[in-house]
Write a protein that binds this ligand. Structure first.
Ligand code: NAD
Length: 499
């Protein structure tokens, strides 16, 4: 048993297999991928590198489990019991799962523990929802008909997930899809595939029928094979906006339904009547937690000019004291970023912002601890047209955009292709509501930032995505509505007249 990350730091890499139709298998090609520990830079695990034949086998297993297996005949009550069992098993294994996830993506063990402690609630919530999936009895405008609707599972769900919160973002899709009665294939990020495999082990232990949950590991090639398989009924994707767009285009060939949770460039809007200490703390939490590798990162600080020096002063002082280091240590506040490519991308974006005339309030490229760490960085003197203001960095980089009036604040907040989240800091309840109503984003926090819950819908406006995860709306993403008309009179009708 892997109980702490450091337990395995000196061991040779762990070889994992994929879960297809209840069996543990390698890739047909025999190829394998390395999973790196971003803190040590060394391979700590290897997984199969799946391609088209492996993906086809997994989708075939999910299809058969849906169409012919016991899962499709199981009552909602029995499905719910299995979901609750998963919740128990995850709760039992929190420390192990958190250690593995931190090892895979470099995030703090304490953040990963908090996340895994919360994850069982998704299974419990959607277990509770499973037997409340209801159709409706409709009023017919013709006396000889009765009409009702049934809610049916959409079928085989293919999930493709990113590396920043791999377990959580998988469960956001998995728990509602299983509650709805779907079967599931996940292709986790090639950078963080292990938590999905570990969940597969718990599915076996919980006693799910084979083929209900399948894991294929691999990179974009495996992802493309999954998206292109016509036996998939719904694609649930979390990742970058560019890949999301390519998935939507590819899915259009089969008109497969798509749920997209994509990037963001979320504003944290701070008014002069805010509680200063709380706002400063919220700004830090918004951009530096998880080393900024969060889709909902508050990466644009939209701040009233009259309090800018005071609040920014507090934020800069705190940012300079953030402790970077080993993600397994309890006092570490920021770990490394997850991959070398990500480190290069963030460094390149900081470099070009500085070349465009932005000025550092703190952080930057000099004086960091080396490796895959990025210093908490705050950029002032930025212009709305700079790419650092418009593009998602997905790292600990904050842009500061001052405003004078409420209208200006709303205009700056909405001046983005994205619309995932926003924070508003004010003590004025009327202003809070006014601004919340006008910001075009899927989630708005007032005097808070970066809070999510299993029952609160989450998703994006504009190029931040399609559809919603969490809450009862998430269940609808995995259901079809069937309308059933029953003729009551037995009369023969004119075949050439509708209705
Ligand atoms: P990514 O888009 O590079 O990769 C995501 C997944 O897609 C990976 O599993 C990858 O292998 C797969 N993939 C890549 N190309 C593919 C293709 N052509 N067809 C099918 N699959 C393909 O994203 P990432 O770098 O892993 O994650 C970071 C991104 O995720 C950020 O943009 C972030 O904002 C976003 N994100 C969004 C949310 C949200 O809920 N909105 C949450 C977390 C992360």
């Amino acid at each position: 048993m892997l109980d702490t990350v450091s337990d395995t730091r000196d061991q040779s890499p762990v070889a994992y297999d994929m879960l297809v139709n209840g069996g543990w298998v390698g890739a047909a090609s025999g190829r394998r991928l390395d999973s790196l520990d971003p803190y040590t830079g060394r391979t700590w695990a290897t997984v199969p590198d799946a391609a088209m034949p492996d993906v086809a086998a997994a989708v075939g297993a999910a299809r058969a489990a849906f169409d012919m297996g016991p899962w499709g005949r199981m009552t909602a009550r029995d499905r719910a019991a299995l979901l609750r069992r998963m919740a128990e098993l995850i709760a039992r294994d929190v420390d192990r799962l958190a250690a593995i996830e931190s090892r895979d993506n470099g995030k703090l063990v304490r953040e990963m523990k908090a996340q895994w402690r919360y994850i069982p609630e998704w299974f419990n919530y959607f277990a509770g929802a499973a037997d409340k999936i209801e159709g409706a009895s409709l009023q017919s405008d013709r006396s000889n008909f009765t009409i009702f609707t049934r809610k049916e599972p959409v079928g085989v769900v293919a999930a493709i997930t990113p590396w920043n919160s791999p377990g959580l973002l998988l469960v956001w899709k998995l728990a509602p899809a299983l509650a709805a009665g779907c079967t599931f294939v996940v292709k986790p990020s090639e950078h963080t595939p292990i938590s999905a495999i570990e969940l597969g082990k718990l599915f076996e232990e919980a006693g799910f029928p084979p083929g209900v949950f399948n894991v294929v590991t691999g990179g974009p090639e495996a992802g493309r094979a999954l998206v292109g398989d016509p036996r998939v009924d719904k694609i649930a994707f979390t990742g970058s906006t560019d890949v999301g767009k390519s998935i939507a285009k590819a899915a259009a060939d089969n008109l497969t339904g798509v749920l997209l949770e994509l990037g963001g460039k979320s504003p944290n809007i701070v008014f002069d009547d805010c509680e200063r200490k709380a706002a400063a703390n919220g700004i830090i939490a918004g951009i530096f937690a998880a080393s900024g590798q969060s889709c909902m990162a508050g990466s644009r600080l939209v701040i009233q000019r009259s309090i800018m020096d005071e609040v920014l002063g507090r934020v800069v002082e705190r940012a300079k004291t953030i402790k970077l280091g080993d993600p397994t240590q309890a006092d570490t506040e920021m770990g490394p970023v997850a991959t070398r490519q990500q480190h290069e991308k963030i460094s390149g974006m900081i470099r070009s912002a500085l070349a465009d005339g932005a000025r550092l309030a703190c952080g930057g490229l000099e004086g960091g601890p080396g490796g895959l760490f990025v210093l908490p960085t705050i950029l002032v003197d930025v212009r709305p047209d700079m790419s650092i203001v418009r593009e998602e960095v997905f790292g600990p980089v904050l842009c500061v955009l001052p405003f004078d009036t409420e209208e200006e604040a709303i205009a700056i907040a909405n001046d983005t292709q994205f619309g995932l989240a926003a924070g508003i800091w004010t003590q004025n309840v009327q202003r809070a509501h006014r601004v919340a109503n006008q910001v075009r984003a899927g989630t708005v926090w007032i005097n808070a930032y970066r809070v999510v819950g299993y029952n609160a819908p989450f998703g994006g406006y504009k190029q931040s995505g399609w559809g919603r995860e969490n809450g009862m709306q998430a269940l609808d993403e995995y259901l079809e509505t069937k309308t059933i008309w029953i003729e009551l009179s037995g009369a023969t009708r004119d075949p050439f007249t509708i209705g």
